[in-house]
Design a protein around this ligand. Structure first.
Ligand code: RB5
Length: 153
């Protein structure tokens, strides 16, 4: 699968390790930066990655900032994006299984590198549940989005 990756300066030190890890799982990574430790706005990176997911250019995205929160707030403004901030393997597994999350948001400052790898692996390898209740809920998220974004492109 094609997976877009992006982080701000907080995630800069961890970025290469994450990209290598995702590639080692057999996926293609499209890198949206940031490419230096200089301070930057997470909104720009979240916009680029979420735009790629929203348009279908990539299947999924991974975003990382200090907490993962700014990235997730920005990402969830995009049509069709379901971005989830995760903090352990089980939560990462559940956001794939129950919420069909297509963007994983990670914290560079509050998660350990080995836990980050665990979360990425669980999220990538866990399929969306076939159970009707989860499918219906995610469909309802799409309907909320349509209702709230009526008239917007
Ligand atoms: C940058 O210092 C920090 O605010 C950012 O990485 C992120 O945690 C915001 O949600």
């Amino acid at each position: 699968m094609n997976i877009a990756f992006g982080c701000d300066h907080a995630g800069y030190k961890l970025r290469d390790g994450i990209i290598n890890f995702v590639e080692s799982l057999g996926h293609r990574v499209i890198d949206y930066g940031t490419h230096s430790a200089a301070s930057c706005d997470y909104t720009e990176i979240a916009g680029a990655v979420s735009g790629a997911v929203s348009s279908g250019e990539v299947q999924r995205g991974i975003l990382m900032c200090g907490t993962g929160i700014g990235m997730s707030i920005a990402a969830n403004k995009f049509r069709g994006v379901r971005a989830a901030v995760c903090w352990n393997r089980e939560v990462a597994k559940l956001c794939a299984e129950h919420n069909n999350a297509n963007i994983l948001c990670l914290s560079a400052r509050f998660s350990k590198p080995e836990d980050i790898q665990d979360m990425i692996e669980a999220w990538i390898k866990t399929p969306f549940s076939p159970e009707a209740r989860h499918r219906q809920r995610v469909e309802k998220i799409g309907k909320l989005e349509e209702k709230m974004c009526k008239g917007r492109k």
